[in-house]
Design a protein around this ligand. Sequence first.
Ligand code: ATP
Ligand code: MG
Length: 259
Amino acid sequence: MVKIFCVANQKGGVGKTTTTVNLAASLAQINQRVLLVDLDPQGNATMGSGINKSKLPATIYQVLLGLSDVNSVKQKSETGKYDVLPANRELAGAEVEMVELENRENRLRLALDRVKDDYDFILIDCPPALSMLTLNGLCSAHGVIIPMQCEYYALEGLSDLANTIKKVHKNLNSDLEIVGLLRVMFDPRMTLSQQVSDQLEQHFGEKVFKTVIPRNIRLAEAPSYGMPGVVFDPPSKGAQAYLAFAAEMVERVRQLEKA
Ligand code: ATP
Ligand code: MG
């Protein structure tokens, strides 16, 4: 059965897109059928998958408004070997236009329902806001992956996100849970990085993924080549960490299915 995960954190620039793209490519490398959903008008996950966001016949915008279906809009990431439901700035309009629609928080879920047998994983890259777009992501998913930078302000805002997830769980999507917190851009030379990382483990225990993603320049360079980091430079420390993270995710999914 397909597993659908949202990568969310309303803080900007914390590594959501880098995580979504590299997890998608890592899962594809272990023969999983993956659909990456770009739910951000910035279109970074689309570009990072090697798809030109300004040359698209249709995007997720048409899917959310019910003008197209997933199969006619999806693109193939040739570099990452997964499918992409692409986005560009057009999507910014959806936020306003959806207000008028019935069932507006469930538009994505209903669209994904029709392709769920074609994939093992659907990964949703959320925008940096607790908006109607993010709400559509949360209503579609079984779980949320929260990337966190190990810095002083990392925990700020986490309670807002956790409360939103709780509310969605209670009122809109009882499947939803936090799968885990992923420590990203970790710098072992910084004492603060280590301290915050330890604090996260103390507070959240099992909910913190064992894999830690280091700060690694190759991960930041890869998008400008239209490639996921794990394809651009497989032996690099960042790529190795994301491959390990994918293995940990597969294991966690197995445990969730058993429970
Ligand atoms: P936004 O909130 O704008 O959508 P985001 O949470 O999706 O941002 P990313 O775009 O993934 O964050 O990352 C922000 C920046 O940090 C990017 O320039 C990215 O290349 C860089 N980056 C992400 N992870 C790493 C890492 N592990 N090492 C080095 N650079 C990284
Ligand atoms: Mg992003």
